[in-house]
Design a protein around this ligand. Structure first.
Ligand SMILES: [Zn+2]
Length: 81
């Protein structure tokens, strides 16, 4: 290790288990998820945020759809008989 210089990192959001940290010297976003750290560019954070929000919406949609289908199926089965 040549460089022991401490970078100034700012926590943007989250807690110790799960947080987003910005290093202005590297211009890098760090996603800290438990023991894992993922480094991405600030531009990628935008895209990741969109992807996460889209995933959440899709998941909610799928979960709503499947429960509606279950209800519809059992209702229509009762009607048939
Ligand atoms: Zn840095």
């Amino acid at each position: 290790m040549n460089s022991t210089k401490q970078h100034k990192k700012v926590r943007l959001s989250g807690n110790d288990d799960c947080c987003v940290v910005f290093c202005s010297e590297c211009n890098v976003i760090e996603l800290n998820l438990g023991a894992s750290t993922v480094r991405i560019s600030p531009e990628s954070l935008d895209r990741l945020s969109l992807i996460l929000n889209h995933s959440k919406a899709r998941l909610a949609q799928m979960q709503n759809t499947s429960s509606i289908n279950d209800t519809t199926q059992s209702v229509s089965l009762k009607r048939v008989h």
